[in-house]
Design a protein around this ligand. Structure first.
Ligand code: HPA
Length: 250
């Protein structure tokens, strides 16, 4: 089954034919909200709103460990994250969609591993390629099938939030090689890797990053929500076109 974690602007999936909802509990606490099961054009799906149904959980307080654990327990065998970002590269504009291929993690103080209990074994996962290669290819294929233009590469800077960045911080992220910036990509991606769940992301550019383009003099939040509303239809179309795994599993 495919899991979809929806971020800002995607608290529900209108093209999901809902069959049931389930409150999940995990050894790591409660996930952000109920798990919603149903069918989409691409098959069986379980959906979770990352910030809660009423968008009340800020990025640094999301229980990422509980979210990934609950999705795996529910039977998910791959995870697509949908998340809004600021565009750092000059070629990115509000409304653009990016399938990132790399991550730089600037977050701190988040519970970012399942392997930290007393007496737990030490485990170092390989994270050279933070996103699953096959699932990224499936997303890129889905966008082409849905005739939606996307950027098929991107370097995601994960910042702590909940505040937005300063213009100088964005300059630094760009010097580091980042092309988009968001607040939720980590530790979500690495926790999925620790659980052995293939994970990839669809990033929606909601705004030019701080100090860039239209955000030269600040970021306008009203405009941001408008862009997310306008773009989400294209994201839903991409999700609907994700092909099933070649081995015949859902
Ligand atoms: N910075 C960080 N996260 C974001 C942004 C941004 O500019 N836009 C949407 N999510």
């Amino acid at each position: 089954m495919l899991a979809i974690i929806g971020g800002s602007g995607l608290t529900q999936l209108s093209n999901l034919d809902v069959s049931r909802r389930e409150v999940a509990r995990t050894p790591y606490g409660e996930p952000s909200g109920v798990l919603t099961f149903g069918r989409m054009e691409c098959g069986e799906v379980v959906f979770l709103a990352r910030h809660g149904h009423d968008h009340a959980i800020p990025p640094h307080r999301v229980n990422y460990r509980a979210n990934l654990w609950a999705l795996k327990e529910a039977g998910a065998c791959r995870v697509v994250s949908v998340a809004s970002v600021g565009g750092i590269s000059a070629c990115l504009n509000p409304g653009d969609i990016v399938i990132p291929h790399q991550i730089i993690d600037y977050t701190w103080g988040r519970k970012s591993t399942y392997f930290d209990g007393d007496g737990a074994s030490v485990l170092h996962v390989d994270f050279t390629e933070p996103y699953d290669r096959q699932l990224r290819a499936d997303l890129i294929h889905a966008a082409a099938a849905a005739r939606i233009v996307i950027h098929d590469r991107g370097v995601y800077a994960a910042t702590q939030g909940p505040r937005l960045e300063t213009a100088a911080e964005i300059d630094r992220h760009e010097r580091d090689g980042a092309t988009v910036v968001g607040m939720t990509g980590m530790p979500e991606a690495v926790l999925a890797r620790e659980l052995g769940l293939p994970y990839a992301a669809v990033n929606l550019v909601a705004n030019h990053a701080a100090g860039r383009g239209q955000s030269q003099n600040g970021i306008r939040f009203e405009r941001l929500e408008e862009v997310l509303r306008e773009t989400m239809g294209r994201v839903r179309a991409i999700l609907a076109h994700i092909r099933r795994p070649a081995d015949g599993r859902q």
